[in-house]
Design a protein around this ligand. Structure first.
Ligand code: ADP
Ligand code: MG
Length: 262
């Protein structure tokens, strides 16, 4: 088996149950009911499903922002949850990057754009010295199609699409192998959205990055992804080649989802 036959990410029976409420009204919410997911090297998988179906919980578990209640997952063949050592965790946090719906939410308004790129570049050890840092920042801006001049701006001086490009640049700064993008284009209007989708596709192709692209928008799932998986009430109900799945949906929920698109 060559390394590339090993999926970049592989989950089996991943579960997450939240307990909400106090002592009087304790309630358990089963957000993930046993998820099996494989993502191959360089593959873009779209995860679609209605609000509350567990998409973000899955992404947060995969990013290790949340601890699964049960199940296993392997990253490049290694058991992630077994490697609790600090170093292994730090490496994982570079290898797997998350991009969120609201890029403003993760950009502190008091810092200039350049500041957001510096920290990941420093953590990754990509740039030592001031000149190397400036060069590295400019290279990232070039990669995401923004002028270097924008490094001096504040987040509120950028458009939504530009801010999302900064979020992508920040993720790229640490040379990730997997990007978990949780509805990254939901807040963008259509023409800007296509630009960001094209950018993500190009970057994934050029750099061999895999992506889990979460969306409730079937059109962008079809546009971007090689494969689509459909989630309903915490479980995958269907998955397959993007075109085939949309042309010939098997599960009633997928049919409903497709018929809901105007
Ligand atoms: P989606 O991203 O598909 O909209 P989520 O993963 O955000 O869905 O939510 C899945 C379910 O888990 C929902 O019922 C939600 O209310 C619940 N949930 C998510 N996060 C928490 C949390 N931190 N505490 C309690 N319940 C949560
Ligand atoms: Mg969500």
């Amino acid at each position: 088996m060559t390394p590339h036959d090993t999926p970049v990410l592989s989950t089996r029976g991943l579960e997450k149950t939240f307990t909400i409420g106090g002592t009087l009204s304790r309630k358990r919410v089963r957000a993930l009911g046993g998820v099996d997911l494989d993502i191959a090297h360089g593959e873009i998988v779209a995860l679609v499903g209605e609000s509350g179906s567990g998409k973000s919980t899955l992404a947060r578990c995969l990013a290790r922002l949340e601890q699964p209640s049960a199940g296993t997952f392997l990253f490049e063949g290694e058991d992630v949850m077994a490697t609790s050592k600090r170093r292994a965790t730090r490496e994982y946090r570079s290898a797997v990057q998350m991009i969120f719906q609201d890029p403003f939410g993760s950009l502190n308004p008091v810092h200039r754009v350049g500041h957001f790129l510096e920290r990941p570049l420093r953590i990754h050890g990509a740039a030592s010295g001031r000149a190397a840092m400036e060069q590295a920042k400019q290279r990232l801006m070039q990669k995401v199609g923004l002028p270097a001049e924008m490094l001096e701006r504040y987040p509120h001086e950028l458009s939504g699409g530009q801010r999302q490009r900064i979020a992508i640049a920040r993720a790229l700064a640490v040379n990730p192998r997997l990007i978990l993008a949780d509805e990254p284009t939901s807040m963008l209007d259509v023409s800007v959205r296509i630009g960001v989708l094209n950018l993500m596709r190009t970057l994934c192709e050029e750099q061999g990055i895999s992506m889990l692209y979460i969306t409730h928008d079937l059109a962008s799932a079809r546009y971007l992804a090689d494969r689509i998986v459909v989630m309903f009430a915490g479980e995958f109900v269907e998955g397959g080649d993007a075109m085939e799945l949309l042309a010939n949906p098997q599960h009633p929920y997928t049919r409903l989802l497709i018929s809901a698109v105007p």
